[in-house]
Design a binder for this molecule. Structure first.
Ligand SMILES: Nc1nc2c(c(=O)[nH]1)N[C@H]1C(S)=C(S)[C@@H](COP(=O)(O)OP(=O)(O)OC[C@H]3O[C@@H](n4cnc5c(=O)[nH]c(N)nc54)[C@H](O)[C@@H]3O)O[C@H]1N2
Ligand SMILES: Nc1nc2c(c(=O)[nH]1)N[C@H]1C(S)=C(S)[C@@H](COP(=O)(O)OP(=O)(O)OC[C@H]3O[C@@H](n4cnc5c(=O)[nH]c(N)nc54)[C@H](O)[C@@H]3O)O[C@H]1N2
Ligand code: SF4
Ligand SMILES: [Mo]
Length: 577
C-alpha cells in the first residue's frame, strides 16, 4: 500500500502524512516539514466507536444498515434531515449528500464557521480567492488579525521567522508575546480599528493612489465614511492608542504585507462588515494582486473544482436547525449537540425527533443522544482526496491500512442507493473526478489546477471589476458591565474531538480563585465550570474554548446579518459564585 496520505481534519494546514506501521509522521517535504500537531501525533490513541448500536444495544453492521433503511422507509421523505459537519474534510464525505438529496430528504445550509467573514469578502471583492501559505512566506510584515497559529495552524509559524510581526487580538496569544507590535484591543472592535488605520493612512498621504484609481476608485467615499468615527473617543473605547496606530502604519509602509485573518474577528452579527473593512484597509495599502502581499482568510477549499455529488435539495440552516420538525435525523461527521449555538435548545429539539442516527468516529453528546449509532472508518482505512482552505495543494488519501470495524461514507451511501434504486457510480469514478482537477507542481506535489497563487492581479471579481467598499455601518459599542465571551480554539482539541477542555479562563484580578466552580450566564442560558486563571486575557473577557462541554449554552442561535453564520461571541456573560 502507498503509505503517504493526508490529515483529514478541518484545519488550515492540511498536512501530508507518512503512515509507517501504525505511526503517523509529517512528510519532510513541503510545508508539513516533518512535523504534525498534537491531534495527529496522538491520533491512534483516541478511543473510537467500534460497534454499532441501536437504543443502547450493540448490533452488527449489517443490522445497523438494515435499521437505517427501515428508519428512512418509515419516514416521510421531506421529514428526513441529513446534517453533515466537517469532522473529516475529505471530498468523499459529500457522497451521502448525493443519496439524501436524490432521495428527497432535506439538507442543510448556513455555516458555523467562517461564513460571515466570507460574505464580507465577497461583497467587497466579488469572490473569495485566498492568499495561500506560499505567498505569506514571501511577505516582509505579517499581521495576525484574530488568528492564533500556535493552536490552529502551527505550520504557518516557521514561515513567520524573520518577519515583522503584528498581532491584533484581545488575548495575549503566544504569537503576541513574540510580536513586534501587539494590540490587545477590546473584542468586537476590529471594524473601528481597520477604519481608523485607513483614515490615518489617507491623512498621511500613504495610500497607493495609483492602484486605487485603477481598481478601487471609490476610496474618497470610504475615507469620508471613516471620518464619521470620532477619533479620541473611539480609540479610548477600543483600547488602542494613537501611538500604536502610528507604529502599525510605519511597519507597513513600503513593505510586502500579509494580513492573516482568522475566524476570531467575525463571530458577531456584523462579521461581514468587519472583514470587509479589513479588506478595505488592505486595498488602501494596495495589497491585492502583488507578490507576497494580500489578505489570507479561510479560502474556498473547493475553488476551481466541481462536485460530482451536487443534487438540488431543500435546505435548512445549520445555525438554528429545528430538529423537532423532522421525523428522522441523520448526523454525519458532526457533534451538533455540543457545537451548534444555544445547546440547550438544540438538545431539547433533538430529543423530540423520533429516529436519530449518528454516523461518526467518537462518542460525544450527539452519539449519546442518538438511537442508532454507526461507526465510520477513519481516514486511514478509506480512499479519499482533500484540498485546503489555506493553500492550493491537492492531497491524495489512499487507504493505508485495513480495519474490520466501521464503514466508509461511500460504502454506506452505496448501500442506501442500491436499496432505494438511486444511481451511484463506483468509488473510483468519484475519486478520478476529483483527481482531474490536479496539476503537478515543480516539486512533485499536486495542486488544484488554475487557482491563482496571486489573486486579483487584474482587478476584482465584482460586476465592474472594482473593489466595493463598505458604504454604511452601525456605530454602537456594548458598554454594559458584563464580560465578553471569547470562545476560540484550544490547542488540545479540534472543536469537540480529542482532548476537550473543561474550564473557564478568567483574569486573576476578577476575584474568583482557581478551582472554584462558577456559574456563567448569558441571555441564552448558563453553564457551571471550574475557574482557571489566565492573565493573558483582558479583564473584561472570559475565555471558554470551543469543545468545552456546555459553552454553547451561552451562545445565540441568531444568524449574522450576512453569510448565514453563527455568532458565537455576540452574547456577553456574567460570572457568579
Ligand atoms: N487546535 C485546533 N486547531 C483548529 C481547530 C481547533 O478546534 N483546534 N479548529 C479548526 C477550525 S474548525 C477553524 S474554523 C480554525 C479557526 O482558527 P482561528 O482562525 O485561529 O480561530 P479562533 O481560535 O476561533 O480565533 C483566533 C483568534 O481570534 C481571537 N479573537 C477572538 N475575538 C476576537 C475579536 O473580536 N477580534 C480579534 N481581533 N480577535 C479576536 C482569539 O483570541 C484567537 O486568538 O481552526 C482550525 N484548527
Ligand atoms: N463555542 C464555540 N462553538 C463553535 C466554535 C467555536 O469556536 N466556539 N466553532 C465552530 C466551528 S468554526 C466549527 S467548524 C464547528 C465544528 O463543529 P463539528 O463539525 O460538529 O465538529 P467536531 O466537534 O469536530 O465534530 C466532528 C465529528 O466528526 C466525526 N468524524 C471525524 N472523522 C469522521 C469521518 O471520517 N467520518 C464520519 N462520518 N465522522 C467523522 C467525529 O466523531 C466528531 O465527533 O463548531 C462550531 N462551534
Ligand atoms: S496541523 Fe492541522 S492538518 Fe496538520 S496534522 Fe494537525 S490537524 Fe492535521
Ligand atoms: Mo471552523
Amino acid at each position: 500500500m502507498n503509505n503517504i496520505t493526508a490529515c483529514p481534519l478541518d484545519c488550515y494546514d492540511a498536512c501530508k502524512i507518512v503512515y509507517d506501521n501504525g505511526t503517523l509522521k509529517g512528510l519532510e517535504s513541503g510545508h508539513t516539514r516533518g512535523f504534525l500537531c498534537p491531534h495527529l501525533n496522538h491520533y491512534t490513541k483516541y478511543e473510537q466507536i467500534h460497534m454499532p448500536r441501536y437504543k443502547g444495544k450493540e448490533i452488527t453492521l449489517d443490522e445497523a444498515l438494515l435499521k437505517l433503511k427501515e428508519i428512512l422507509e418509515s419516514s416521510k421523505k421531506d421529514e428526513i434531515l441529513h446534517y453533515r459537519g466537517h469532522g473529516n474534510f475529505g471530498l468523499m464525505q459529500e457522497v451521502s449528500d448525493h443519496f439524501f438529496a436524490s432521495y428527497g430528504a432535506i439538507l442543510t445550509d448556513g455555516n458555523l464557521c467562517d461564513g460571515a467573514g466570507e460574505a464580507g469578502i465577497i461583497q467587497g471583492r466579488g469572490s473569495n480567492k485566498n492568499m495561500p501559505l506560499e505567498e505569506i512566506e514571501k511577505s516582509e510584515t505579517v499581521i495576525l488579525w484574530g488568528r492564533n497559529p500556535h493552536a490552529t495552524s502551527s505550520h504557518l509559524l516557521p514561515l513567520l521567522k524573520g518577519k515583522t510581526l503584528i498581532v491584533i487580538d484581545p488575548v495575549k496569544t503566544k504569537a503576541a508575546k513574540s510580536a513586534d507590535i501587539f494590540v490587545q484591543l477590546k473584542p468586537h472592535s476590529d471594524m473601528y480599528l481597520a477604519m481608523l488605520l485607513s483614515r490615518f493612512l489617507h491623512i498621511e498621504n500613504s495610500c497607493d493612489t495609483e492602484y486605487l484609481d485603477k481598481y478601487a476608485p471609490a476610496y474618497e467615499e470610504f475615507y469620508e465614511l471613516t471620518q464619521s468615527i470620532r477619533i479620541k473617543a473611539t480609540l479610548d473605547e477600543i483600547d488602542v492608542s494613537l501611538g500604536q496606530i502610528g507604529q502599525i502604519l510605519a511597519a507597513l509602509k513600503g513593505k510586502k504585507v500579509a494580513i492573516v485573518c482568522g475566524v476570531g474577528i467575525q463571530k458577531y452579527s456584523d462579521g461581514a462588515d468587519i472583514m470587509r473593512s479589513i479588506d478595505a484597509f488592505a486595498v488602501f495599502l494596495g495589497l491585492f494582486g502583488k507578490e507576497g502581499c494580500g489578505v489570507a482568510y479561510l479560502g474556498n477549499s473547493k475553488e476551481k473544482m466541481s462536485s460530482p455529488f451536487y443534487t438540488k435539495a431543500k435546505r435548512v440552516s445549520k445555525v438554528n436547525t429545528e430538529f423537532a420538525h423532522f421525523e428522522s435525523v441523520f448526523i454525519q461527521g458532526a457533534n451538533p449537540l455540543s457545537q451548534m449555538p444555544d445547546s440547550l435548545r438544540v438538545k431539547e429539539s433533538f430529543a423530540k425527533v423520533q429516529n436519530t442516527v449518528y454516523f461518526g468516529l467518537y462518542e460525544n453528546e450527539t452519539s449519546q443522544a442518538s438511537d442508532l449509532v454507526i461507526p465510520a472508518k477513519s481516514f486511514l482505512y478509506k480512499e479519499d482526496v482533500r484540498t485546503s482552505y489555506s493553500h492550493n495543494g491537492m492531497m491524495f488519501m489512499p487507504k493505508v491500512d485495513v480495519c474490520e470495524s466501521g464503514i466508509s461514507e461511500y460504502d454506506l451511501s452505496a448501500f442506501l442507493c442500491q436499496e432505494f434504486g438511486i444511481e451511484i457510480q463506483n468509488e473510483s469514478f468519484y475519486l478520478e473526478h476529483f483527481k482531474k482537477f490536479a496539476a503537478l507542481s515543480s516539486d512533485g506535489s499536486w495542486h488544484v489546477e488554475n487557482r491563482d497563487t496571486i489573486p486579483y492581479k487584474e482587478g476584482f471579481d465584482t460586476d465592474d471589476g472594482e473593489f466595493h467598499y463598505l458604504e454604511e455601518f452601525e456605530q454602537e459599542f456594548d458598554t454594559s458591565a458584563k464580560l465578553f465571551l471569547i470562545t476560540s480554539k484550544s490547542p488540545r482539541s479540534l472543536n469537540s474531538q480529542f482532548h476537550r477542555e473543561e474550564c473557564v479562563y478568567l483574569h486573576s484580578t476578577l476575584g474568583f480563585e482557581e478551582g472554584l466552580e462558577v456559574n456563567i450566564s448569558s441571555n441564552s442560558a448558563s453553564v457551571r465550570l471550574l475557574v482557571k486563571h489566565n492573565d493573558d486575557l483582558r479583564q473584561d473577557c472570559v475565555l471558554i474554548y470551543s469543545g468545552t462541554k456546555g459553552v454553547n449554552n451561552l451562545t445565540s442561535s441568531k444568524h449574522s446579518y450576512e453569510g448565514k453564520n453563527a455568532i458565537y461571541q455576540e452574547n456577553k456573560v456574567e460570572v457568579r459564585r
